[in-house]
Write a protein that binds this ligand. Structure first.
Ligand code: KG4
Length: 339
């Protein structure tokens, strides 16, 4: 079954064709990051307008690159939540029009379920159940994935997402947006014990996380140093900051996997590209006898293929949207469409 999949929840316009949830026939991505970099973050209206400009061309290119005719498309999948509402609306409306024109089913896909499904594309042997940490620019969630479409949220951030924390730390250090990769690069060779940063805990909710205290600690450190005219060791600051994020994520994820009795651990989302976090997960998984799955770098960030992968399993589970499908800025990952 071939699914034409659309992703437009933030600053990537992406269109893919995926076969049977596991095989990428094409994965076209247009990143707007350069457009937003001058503002230090995503400007929602610019993102929406840019999606409008690029989505038709990208869809045409995807069909050509997949080497298929329009009549070979069996269904259309679209990321309908969560995200920047104006941006999501562009993808949803375009996908509705395509599904109507081709007279094929329309499958709504939760964006974070898509990030999780990126791992199905990279690892043919991976099947639920497993424990998943989804870490992206807008979301940080610990999820028990019981089945392809049945999930339970065990914990989540109470404030900033992990990726947001990377981006804000990068900003205060004068690094470009998006800041995750520049911080990753800067941290290499730094001493991760030089600066001690707080790790957030939420009373009585061991799997919930908090990153705003860490963000404030970095901002205060940088501003204090500026006021006193002191030079900071930037590489060590980036390394110490990344260690604090990793220490906040890895032990919690391992504890959740043990509590749920899962032997497979999946990491998903843009922040899963971080080299320190990947290394810490690898070591922790080995130590605890867990099999670790982390997407290759090209599938960590937003892409259309992950929506096509999850779309396939949503289709098998009977999930269908009608012509009144709407876009949502927020949406629980564990809610089925229409609930
Ligand atoms: O999953 P994603 O592409 O978009 C959302 O769905 O939000 O994630 C983007 C986030 C950004 O915050 C970016 O700074 C972060 O992923 N990121 C990284 C790295 N590469 C991207 N964070 C840490 N280390 C990286 N190497």
């Amino acid at each position: 079954m071939k699914i034409l999949a659309f992703e437009s929840t933030c600053d990537e316009t992406a269109v893919a064709v995926v076969e049977d949830g596991r095989k990428i026939l094409t994965d076209q991505i247009f990143s707007q990051a350069d457009l937003h970099a001058v503002y230090g973050g995503v400007v929602p209206e610019i993102a929406s307008r840019c999606h409008v400009e690029s989505i038709s061309l990208l869809a045409q290119r995807a069909i050509e690159a997949a080497g298929i005719g329009k009549d070979e498309i069996d269904a259309v999948a679209v990321s309908y939540a969560p995200g920047l509402i104006g941006a999501v609306l562009v993808g949803v409306n375009f996908a509705k029009a395509v599904s109507l024109a081709l007279n094929v089913p329309l499958i709504p896909v939760h964006h974070i379920r898509g990030h999780i499904a990126a791992n199905y594309l990279a690892y043919p042997e991976l099947e639920p159940p497993f424990l998943c940490l989804a870490i992206s620019g807008g979301n940080t969630l610990l999820v028990d994935v019981k089945d392809y479409t049945e999930m339970e949220i065990l914990g989540q951030t109470r404030d900033d997402a992990a990726g947001e924390c990377f981006d804000k730390t990068a900003r205060v250090l004068g690094l470009p947006y998006p800041g995750g990769k520049p911080i990753d690069d800067l941290s290499k060779g730094g001493d991760d014990s030089k600066y001690v940063f707080p790790i957030g805990h939420v009373a009585d909710h061991p799997y919930d996380m908090s990153f705003s205290g860490l963000k404030t600690a970095v901002i205060n450190l940088v501003h204090n140093a500026e006021q006193k005219g002191e030079e900071l060791d930037r590489a060590s600051l980036a390394a110490s900051f990344t260690k604090a994020v990793s220490d906040s994520l890895v032990p919690r994820t391992i504890a959740a996997a043990r509590e749920k009795g899962r032997d497979k651990l999946v990491v998903a989302g843009g922040v899963a590209a971080n080299s320190r976090i990947r290394a810490d997960f690898k070591a922790a998984a080995e130590e605890n006898g867990l099999t670790l799955f982390v997407p290759p770098l090209r599938l960590c960030g937003d892409n259309g293929a992950m929506i096509g992968a999850q779309g396939y399993y949503e289709f098998l589970a009977g999930t269908r949207a009608q012509s009144d499908l709407n876009a949502f800025a927020t949406m629980d990952l564990d809610a089925s469409y229409g609930e």
